[in-house]
Design a protein around this ligand. Structure first.
Ligand code: FEO
Ligand code: CA
Ligand code: CA
Ligand code: CA
Length: 671
């Protein structure tokens, strides 16, 4: 953790995952695996020796082989080169404009950004830190005026604040109440109007719709089964329905009725205890009282930030229920800057990576969600009611009631959704669930007893409206051992990740059973021992590792953003954005479109409706793995960063930023 050694925040996030919290691992070896091997053997006998076996050495497991013909790629761009340096790189014929950086004004009267004299008040008027999800909500029929809804996931103290350097890792040395206030104001989200004028996107600072949402300034309400429950009550909120703010907003979604979903991911990290062990480390276990099982399963308290030193609500010694008020999906109406965001408890409490919405054939809202932790699960929510066209107010309450389910993957290529319903199956008082409120607050524990399949860190889960399928990013899981592999997570020590494709039968997103296949297994295909699976036409630049965010453009082409953390040193390539073919002979063919500056991950890929602009969020530039950045080889600080991207101004630290990418001369991206 950040109070124990010299890692930066992003590396500490990764390190936290070294402690798998799901100790309830399904028995996955044995029958299940053998069945799947049986399927593989059947495929092998059908295909005999193909070009794929020649290229891969062995036939790829658990998936169909890829062809080697040369049909035309739908990604019609020349790849940029893989590698790592201080700059970003982009496929030829495109250009990237820096649209919004940390500290840029969100309002016409915002304070000018001065990183040497920042305050909570100024930060509340400025673009936050570590931009992640980007949602695009058009304001007119041309799509040339829009609201961008952007999450700010977390903060990196050592490169944000002068003088903090690396010493803050020693129990938050130098992290004052004032700096904690700035951090809080730099979290959350930004809603900002943007306009395309003469081929250039610009923020519209005078828009009345612009808004900052933060953990310190935005009051929220709760609905659904846990709203008002005793486990959501605190001394400041005896109603259990009025929550200040949102935390660690990673990916998210835009609903068909034009609202902004913010997923609360690593919320546990913001909770803190004053109690320490004999070595002076803050305790992380044994503090839950009668909620001990829940605390442990969720990793509360994480002690990643010292806000609890200054704000009692983040201190579990004082407010043991406050952590139950985070870890939800929040819905925001971007058209009303005075509206109260709602935490929809029906969607369950876990480390929500994202919340992508699609309508079922019956018009119900279906939301796909990953719980981003090693050995955690894939979830789906289906609303009880259907969308009412032209009744936005009715749609705004759609997510308060519905069925939350968790996925079990079987070796026969099917996947079953197991509903999390109190009173059904094992979800009873004998197993610790007294009500549906308990089921959603402790969704992880409920999913454990239902026998869900433990996955390799489910990140973004992306429905593709064009082909009707759903793509699950499984970023990595170094902790999976050979006796823990299962059909859907087939690699031990899976530090490279893979992508699963789900097929709802007949495109029915309410179906209880889907089929599934592995689309790619990540890593370098030229090294046999890696066990990668790509279309053999993928170039040496085009393969990737650690898929994280994903978007489908208007043609249904899939774009994958990666987050390797410090593992970029092992793949030799910075994180970036890749076009990944899903159809026909080129299925599994990946091409590198954009590459981040050193130490950054790529988030939030988002297309304007005409596919002529691609917005991307470059997160935490100059931080991850800089010890391994040739010629630099140390941890970045505000004064001495590995890159000063994107300003390259000696007075400016690196700044997370949203880029607007367009094709020179116009036209669809990547064509
Ligand atoms: Fe915030 Fe799972 O990435
Ligand atoms: Ca992510
Ligand atoms: Ca997505
Ligand atoms: Ca990630």
């Amino acid at each position: 953790m950040s109070d124990t050694d010299g890692r930066n925040k992003g590396e500490a996030f990764e390190a936290f995952d070294d402690i798998p919290l799901n100790t309830h691992l399904e028995t996955t070896i044995g029958g299940v695996l053998m069945q799947r091997y049986g399927r593989r053997a059947a495929i092998r006998s059908l295909l005999a020796v193909t070009a794929a076996t020649a290229l891969f050495g062995t036939l790829p497991e658990n998936t169909r082989a890829y062809g080697t013909d040369a049909p035309e790629s739908r990604f019609r761009f020349a790849e940029t080169a893989s590698g790592t340096d201080a700059h970003h790189h982009l496929a030829e014929g495109h250009e990237a404009q820096v649209l919004l950086r940390w500290g840029d004004p969100v309002f016409a009267d915002a304070a000018a950004f001065n990183p040497y004299n920042q305050s909570m008040e100024s930060q509340l008027t400025q673009f936050g830190y570590n931009n992640d999800f980007i949602g695009f909500v058009p304001l007119d029929e041309t799509g040339n005026r829009a609201l961008l809804c952007i999450n700010h996931e977390f903060t990196n103290e050592e490169v944000m604040f002068p003088g903090v350097g690396v010493q803050h890792v020693k129990d938050f040395a130098g992290m004052t109440a004032e700096l904690a206030g700035i951090e809080m104001a730099a979290h959350g989200g930004t809603i900002i109007e943007v306009a395309l004028r003469a081929g250039v996107w610009q923020p519209v600072l005078t828009s009345r719709l612009n808004r900052r949402i933060t953990p310190v300034s935005t009051e929220m309400s709760a609905d659904g089964p846990a709203a008002g429950h005793s486990r959501l009550k605190t001394s400041a909120d005896p109603s259990g329905r009025r929550i200040i703010g949102t935390l660690n907003n990673c990916a998210g979604g835009i609903t068909p009725w034009g609202t902004y979903l913010m997923a609360e991911e690593n919320f546990h990290g913001y909770f803190w205890t004053d109690r320490k062990d004999q070595d002076g480390r803050r305790l992380r276990k044994g503090l839950g009282g009668d909620q001990q099982k829940s605390y442990e399963r969720y990793g509360v308290p994480g002690n990643w930030y010292n806000w609890g030193r200054y704000h009692k609500r983040f201190n579990v010694d004082h407010e043991p229920n406050e952590p139950n008020r985070f870890g939800w999906v929040v819905e925001v109406d971007p058209f009303d800057p005075g509206s109260t965001p709602v935490k929809h408890t029906a969607l369950g409490r876990f480390r929500h990576e994202g919340a992508e919405c699609v309508l079922s054939k019956a018009g119900r809202a279906v939301i796909y969600m990953g719980d981003d932790a090693r050995f955690d699960y894939l979830y789906r929510f289906v609303s009880s009611q259907s969308v009412t066209p032209d009744n936005r107010a009715a749609n705004m309450t759609l997510l308060d009631e519905g069925t939350l389910s968790v996925a079990r993957f079987d070796a026969d290529g099917t996947m079953t959704w197991l509903p999390l319903r109190f009173g059904e199956g094992p979800l009873t008082p004998e197993n610790g669930f007294e009500s549906q409120a308990d089921v959603v607050i402790d969704a992880r524990l409920a999913a454990d007893v239902l026998g869900a399949t433990p996955m390799d860190r489910p990140e973004d889960v992306q429905p593709n409206a064009v082909n009707g399928r759903v793509y699950v990013m499984l970023t990595n899981n170094r902790k999976r051992t050979t006796d823990q592999i299962n059909a859907a997570n087939p690699r031990a020590n899976n530090w490279l990740g893979h992508i699963i494709e789900l097929t709802p039968p007949g495109g029915d997103h309410e179906a209880l059973t889907y089929t599934w296949d592995i689309l790619v297994k990540c890593g370098n295909p030229s090294i046999a021992g890696v066990g990668a699976l790509w279309n053999p036409r993928t170039s040496a630049e085009g393969w990737f590792a650690a898929p994280d965010n994903c978007v489908a453009d208007g043609e249904g082409r899939l774009w994958i953003a990666t987050d390797q953390g410090k593992n970029w040193k092992r793949t030799g390539r910075a994180d970036g954005l890749y076009g990944l073919e899903t159809e026909g002979e080129l299925r599994g063919h990946s091409k590198l479109f954009f590459r981040c500056p050193v130490g950054a991950e790529l988030c939030g890929p988002c297309f304007a409706p005409d596919d002529e602009t691609l917005f991307v969020a470059v997160q935490h530039p100059g931080t991850d793995g800089t010890h391994h950045f040739k010629g630099f080889e140390r941890q970045s600080t505000f004064e001495d960063p590995a890159t000063r991207w994107p300003d390259f101004d000696p007075r400016m630290p690196p700044r997370p930023a949203v880029l607007a990418i367009r094709k020179r001369g116009g036209g669809k991206i990547g064509t």
